[in-house]
Design a binder for this molecule. Sequence first.
Ligand SMILES: [Zn+2]
Length: 487
Amino acid sequence: MEFDVVIGLEVHVELKTESKMYCSCKNEFGGVANSHCCEICLGMPGTLPNINKKAIEYAIKAGLAFNCQINTTTKLDRKNYFYPDLPKSYQISQSEQPLCVGGFIEILLENGTKSKRINLVQIHVEEDSGKTIYGDADGKTYIDFNRSGVPLIEIVSKPDLCDATEVKTYLETIKNTVLWLGISDCKMQEGSMRADINISLKPKGAIKLGTRCEIKNVGSINGAARAVECEIKRQKEILESGRKVEQVTLKYSDEANENIVARRKDEVVEYRYFVEPDLPAIEISNEEIEALKLSIGELPNAKISRLMDEYELPYTDAYLLMEEREKGRFFEETAKISNVEPKKVANWILGDISRILNKQSAPLSSSKLTAQNFKKMLEMIENNSISNTAGKTIIETLMEQDIDPELVAKQKGLLQTSDLKLLEDVAREALAENKQISELFEKGKTNVLGFAVGDCMKRLKGKGNPVLLKDIVLKLLEEGKSRNEKN
Ligand SMILES: [Zn+2]
């Protein structure tokens, strides 16, 4: 039996503000347990929360990047539930009037040749809870409130995704965009980006949706893809055996690579949302929204597509140049001023230059390489003044000092000679010492040409201009041939 898979995601992203969402405590991962807390984030009676303006700004940036409508008046709501790591017994979140509504995320599939629009319901702000730590050694449970009140955005999608690849690409797009905006560090291993995944299956083409199950709090992008695959398989087996899928909340176990039932339907929590009485509605002016819009610039997927179109780069090159912003900028700066094929410029940046930087564990910005020198070196290779191999030596020097590559080539004796007299003398000498070449050439074995050029190169210690040499050797061989024919 064939099924349609329907997937919707709720993605939590911690915002990298200096302080927490409703108090001035430090917003920082780790630290001595319970050292970044105060009476507000611990929910002491009589305290009043204060809104972190920066967090709202960051959330608006995310909303704009993901094409949402920004509500100029937005309200905060209490989401009530009991859990030991939630000292207030409620989270200040948003329900009725979230900050960002609608919108969509465009994901690139099949190496950037296809795109798909994943529609969003909303993006709202909320605060994180504390962290429950299960002590393995003593069997006790500990709570660290350092994370209580850390600002979050929750990105809620419509059920527009339909397989593990799309889920993976969707999460990667969110991560790339959020990193690009500089609003989160997106360290999934530290829990700063987490996904809840809702999945249901229905017979192919059916309108009515099947029963959905939710996989809670998946902490890695690859983990999310694996969890989705497991869940599709699990639900498919249930449906194929004629049973019904039970609505459950699952927890994905990376070690077991399976989804474990954490909660059944009858235990579903009712959050009793109501407007937060301690905080006023937030008013945002159109001017503020416009200013934030201007600060965003070109987004990752748009950049990938543009690099592919404008410079005819393959997807992987465009992706890498997007991911490493400085390299992408340097690529464009060089490609714009040089006549060399852009793919070759990208190859050098992603190849030799990256290799040298990796060896030094240094960023491109710390090297002395300028687009002008780099361009000149590429053009010297192109017009055969230096070989590609010589370029690999010269680039190392260019990364250490701002120096003319031609000067480096001269100093290191890497210039290829274009002295026609010298090249011809060497070619004559080579052909005279190896008569077999001419004989074979006359018999129509033209592939000896390459061998003869190689021989001349050896005599010139690799410094002959191979294009000129090839012309000269060919000319000499043909002259010899016609001379012999006349005789
Ligand atoms: Zn605090």
